[in-house]
Design a protein around this ligand. Structure first.
Ligand SMILES: NC(=O)CCC(=O)C(=O)O
Length: 277
């Protein structure tokens, strides 16, 4: 296991044209690796498709599809791990919001289908009902990498502390969160959620958002961030397209856990959390 490695987030502008989104993703992944030395590259939620129920079916792919083939090829050519944000995945007649993970040989080593679907109705602000179009994921996703185990969850999933805690208790040291918060909940909750999940679980949180597209039906907030186990944002984008990088230092993570042993101090004689399957 390596004790420190560079992670990059490609905060790309997603447009209503799959080919252009794939071109942009490829270009940014290349830059993240060649210019910034990233060993693990992360893309945003729905990076090949506007975040729009009306478009998910049209953009959806069965596996292997053009998007996953591209991610696999790049991971192999560049010798890096890629967490491919998420895409609309077509499977068994349903569409899922799915993140595919590729290792440095281009092999698909993980898949997370969003577990908690984003069904909200904030009066006069934002209404969205993912469950009208998307199926529910059924698995908690922890992936072994040569760096450390990583937990993958998508956007709204981060609001559920039980899920995050189970990922930490299963050994995940880094939470990768492809996401697309919006202009109502983003300014209100995004930064706090990333920090509190990192603090609670004493992990790195790597949260990848798309750049803000003011022409889109759903306007994403942006502000991709990497937060360390002390709750400090070590890299943060603004609303514009950008590649941000941070060092995941597992020695530092262990130091935080030794000095402030939260995970050891849990009173599991009084309460417990368990996987149901
Ligand atoms: N794509 C999403 O899941 C959006 C989640 C979000 O904005 C939130 O407030 O939660």
């Amino acid at each position: 296991m390596e004790n420190s490695f560079t992670v990059a987030i490609c905060q790309m502008l997603v447009v209503d044209d799959k080919a252009k989104n794939l071109e942009k993703a490829e270009d940014m992944i290349l830059k993240a690796v060649k210019d910034k030395g990233a060993k693990l590259v992360v893309l945003p939620e729905m990076f090949n498709c506007p975040y729009d129920n009306e478009l998910f079916r049209q953009y959806a792919e069965e596996l292997p599809g053009e998007t996953t083939k591209m991610l696999s090829r790049l991971a192999k050519e560049l010798n890096v791990f890629i967490v491919g944000g998420s895409i609309p995945e077509k499977s068994g007649g349903k569409i899922y919001n799915t993140s595919f993970v590729f290792n440095d040989k281009g092999e698909n080593v993980g898949r997370h289908r969003k577990i908690h679907l984003f069904d909200i109705d904030i009066k006069d602000k934002i209404t969205f009902k993912e469950s009208d179009m998307l199926g529910y994921g059924e698995d908690i996703t922890i992936i072994d990498t040569p760096f450390c185990p990583i937990g993958v969850a998508i956007c709204y999933d981060i609001r559920f502390p039980e899920l995050m805690r189970l990922m930490a208790l299963s050994g995940a040291k880094v939470f990768i969160i492809p996401a697309a918060f919006n202009m109502t909940t983003g300014p209100a909750h995004w930064h706090q959620l990333l920090k509190v999940r990192a603090l609670d679980n004493q992990v790195y949180v790597v949260a990848a958002a798309p750049a803000r597209n003011n022409n889109a039906a759903y306007i994403a907030y942006g502000y991709s961030s990497i937060v360390n186990p002390w709750g400090k944002a070590i890299a943060e984008a603004n609303e514009k397209e950008d590649i941000i990088c941070g060092e995941i230092d597992l020695n530092y993570l262990e130091r935080v856990r030794e000095e402030l042993p939260l995970l050891k101090h849990r009173r599991t004689d009084l309460y417990n959390l368990e996987f149901r399957r």
